[in-house]
Design a protein around this ligand. Structure first.
Ligand SMILES: [Zn+2]
Ligand SMILES: [Zn+2]
Length: 225
């Protein structure tokens, strides 16, 4: 299941070899441009995680883009204090940020000598991160979106474990309450069901059935591939 990945990333420019970590995709070009090659290793490590604490491709795109932004600021000699890069990034890209604020942020960065349009053009999407990881760095993750059925199975197991845990905790609580004469109840069974209602067609599913079937029947088959 787990795949051990050893990336050799050297800072030695003259060798021209960095363990296959050099590539010409958009992510790789940004890494080259700002000499951020250790970032490759970090992206792989955070993507694969330790089997539990894994970053999503979206989170990794944010990590990458913030690093590019930080490097752009550094190159321009713009001052930056702790947390400022993350804040600038949010102001430049956040869905909840008004156009006015965004424009003002760009103006501020430009006044500090940051070629912000160029830097923003170097921001990448989560798809670019995925391509870079799988094609350029040739790493994979066992729940890679390439295998949706496997992902659904893994999540089904996780949810089932939680349901079981809720059953155990509930049974235990009721037993104790009965024992303390705080609850009047005969022999009992506890059921923990998780139901999902598709808002598009009002069909209700048990979580296990929904994950087994890969989606609601009202959605097109292609959306469930
Ligand atoms: Zn690449
Ligand atoms: Zn539906």
């Amino acid at each position: 299941m787990e795949q051990l990945v050893i990336l050799t990333v050297t800072g030695d420019e003259s060798s021209g070899e960095s363990g296959g970590a050099r590539c010409d995709c958009k992510v790789g070009r940004g890494i080259d441009e700002y000499e951020l090659s250790p970032l490759n290793e970090e992206l792989v490590r955070r993507w694969q995680g330790d089997g539990r604490d894994r970053s999503s491709l979206r989170e990794l795109a944010t990590v990458y883009n913030q690093r590019i932004l930080a490097a752009g600021l550094d190159r321009a000699g713009a001052s930056r204090i702790d947390g400022e890069v993350a804040n600038f990034y949010r102001l430049l890209t956040g869905d909840d940020v008004s156009t006015g604020i965004r424009t003002q942020t760009r103006r501020q960065l430009k006044s500090e000598g940051v070629p912000i349009e160029t830097v923003e053009d170097q921001f990448v999407s989560h798809q670019s991160i995925h391509t870079h990881l799988t094609d350029c760095l040739d790493v994979s993750r066992d729940d890679d979106p390439a295998d949706p059925a496997e992902r659904r199975r893994a999540d089904r197991d996780r949810i089932r474990a939680l349901q079981h845990r809720t059953e155990v905790v509930t049974t235990d609580a009721l037993d104790r309450l009965q024992g303390a004469d705080a609850l009047e109840l005969g022999e009992f069974d506890v059921f923990v069901d998780v139901s999902i209602l598709c808002a598009d067609c009002n069909t209700q599913y048990d979580i296990g059935k929904l994950l087994d079937e890969g989606g609601c029947s009202c959605q097109s088959a292609s959306a469930r591939e």
